[in-house]
Design a binder for this molecule. Structure first.
Ligand code: NAP
Ligand code: G4F
Length: 456
């Protein structure tokens, strides 16, 4: 057997075992106990990191009551499997950035569709996987260590998983941080994309594997046209955007040069209860909740007049999938088509927390004062402006035109309105702050750090 044939057999057998586990509602731990192996060893088999010896195949077949070298027939697949189960087999997706906001929602979405989902995680001193903790241990959900700055690790994972679809979401995604760490941002957000494309080619998957690239409205930067669509010129306006521009063009280049099915979704800002706490929307909803519950005095922000087209992340991951299901590879703008300022987001969020704000003053002197709400807050300045949160160059007028996505992907950009988005985020954060109790001191310190500009 050639190396390639062996790899194919291993991946076939691993998929069978996964299908059977799900069908029987058996966990990896239970299977490990049945075959007398450690859970780690079983996990290595199931994720294709270890090949199957003849003995392993025999033991697993007995434990699962089926010859695992033949495809189980008529297995239930769970969830919506439209267009997914090919030849009785699951589609395999690899997600980079699986621990992030979008990665976690996309994992849920693809598992629901019947995919086998693999995610890349990177080593960190704190094991912070809060967003995907509820998915770990599921039979069709697997994690692999790799890093976007490490080509070999990416090649190894792609060779092991042999995905049908790659969703490249991993990035240093904070625009302001990209001014502090421009080289790291370029390495991960620009060259990282190239590494994924080359890894797919190195594993000879370029004609079968479809690739989604997480591109961004930041490409429009110092905008040259409003609203922005697929034909609007790019003018990147931060190290982050410049790196992402490379990602966009290298994807287009590989599509044309090697006929690969690789596409960019040019996504406008999308937020959720899982949004990182230093992006402006989440910083506001958390602060509104803390201020309403007496754990923070004032929220310090930067440019309140900046305009964004904010959507709900859970709605947006569907587009990533839809883009890869098209007949031909194309790039799409994904946005709501509705624009609001940071000031309006603040007003709405505090309103959801029971506080009415009135803004007065300009620039650094602008203040958001409580004019109605809890007695102890009325008359107080609850929102103020700090130079710390201004950027060397700021993108101030993002407004997307989702016409193409509506027509070709049949996607509804207005499933969740701006008001609903703010409300669901504030509701979540009101409950989070109320439940924090013992940890409140830590959170209060975070609020102080935010105020001092130590954490953006
Ligand atoms: P996010 O919450 O910041 O998640 C970023 C993910 O990338 C995390 O899983 C992170 O891992 C991972 N990552 C960062 N550096 C890595 C490295 N060197 N190796 C491996 N993984 C690495 O971002 P998001 O909001 O979900 O956004 C997903 C993607 O869409 C990003 O590429 C972002 O630039 C792009 N995008 C986002 C928006 C938006 O509004 N959310 C709009 C347009 C485009 P850790 O958990 O270990 O940090
Ligand atoms: O929430 P932001 O940090 O998001 P930004 O810069 O738009 O980037 C996000 O969306 C992009 C898509 O357009 C993604 F590509 C990117 O990965 C990320 O997810 O800032 C939004 C606006 C900016 O104009 C900023 O200057 O809010 C302004 N802002 C005002 N005060 C603030 C603050 N931003 C932050 N983070 N913190 C503030 O205190």
């Amino acid at each position: 057997m050639t190396r390639e044939e062996k790899a194919r057999l291993n991946s076939f057998v691993a998929k069978n075992v996964n299908l059977l586990l799900e069908e029987k509602g058996m966990t990896q731990r239970e299977l490990a106990e049945k075959v007398g192996k450690s859970e780690a060893e079983v996990s290595r088999w199931l994720t294709g990191r270890n090949g199957f010896s003849k003995t392993a195949i025999a033991r697993l077949s007995v434990a699962l009551g089926h010859d695992i070298t033949t495809r189980p027939v008529g297995l239930g697949t769970g969830g919506n499997t439209d267009n997914i189960v090919k030849h009785g087999n699951r589609k395999v997706a690899l997600i980079t950035g699986v621990t992030g906001q979008d990665g976690s929602y996309l994992s849920e979405f693809l598992l629901e569709k019947g995919y086998e989902v693999h995610g890349i995680i990177r080593r960190s001193s704190v094991d912070f996987r809060e967003r995907i903790a509820h998915l770990e241990g599921r039979p069709n959900f697997h994690l692999h260590y790799a890093d976007m700055s490490d080509s070999m690790s990416i090649v190894k994972v792609i060779d092991t998983v042999r995905p049908d679809e790659v969703y490249n979401l991993a990035a240093q995604s904070h625009v302001q941080v990209s001014f502090d760490s421009p080289e790291f941002t370029a390495d991960v957000d620009a060259v990282g994309v190239l590494r994924v494309l080359e890894a797919v080619r190195a594993c000879h998957l370029e004609q079968t594997c479809r690739i989604y690239q997480a591109s961004t409205s930041e490409l429009y930067g110092k905008v040259e046209q409003v609203p922005q669509n697929e034909n609007t010129p790019f003018h990147p306006y931060s190290p982050y955007a410049v790196a992402k521009l490379y990602g966009f063009w290298i994807v287009k280049e590989y599509r044309e040069a090697y006929n690969m099915f690789c596409c960019s979704g040019i996504l406008f800002n999308h937020e959720s209860e899982r949004r990182g706490e230093t992006f402006v929307t989440r910083k506001i909803t958390l602060a509104a909740a803390r201020i309403a519950q007496g754990h923070q005095d004032c929220l310090w922000l930067g440019n309140l007049s900046s305009l964004r087209d904010w959507g709900y992340a859970k709605d947006y991951v569907e587009c990533m999938w839809l883009i890869l299901q098209q007949d031909k590879p194309e790039d799409f703008v994904i946005a709501t088509g509705v624009q609001h300022s940071v000031r309006e987001f603040c007003y709405e969020a505090f309103k959801c927390a029971g506080i009415t704000l009135e803004f007065s003053g300009e620039g650094l002197e602008e203040k958001g004062i409580c004019v109605a709400g809890p007695k102890n807050l009325v008359g107080k300045t609850l929102v103020a402006v700090s130079e710390d949160f201004y950027r060397p160059t700021d993108v101030v007028n993002l407004w997307g035109d989702p016409t193409k996505a509506k027509a070709k992907l049949k996607w509804n950009p207005n499933k969740t309105s701006f008001e609903q988005l703010v409300e669901l985020m504030v509701k979540h954060d009101m409950a989070k702050v109320a439940g924090e109790g013992a940890a409140m001191k830590v959170r209060t310190n975070l609020a102080e750090y935010l105020e001092k500009g130590i954490v953006r």
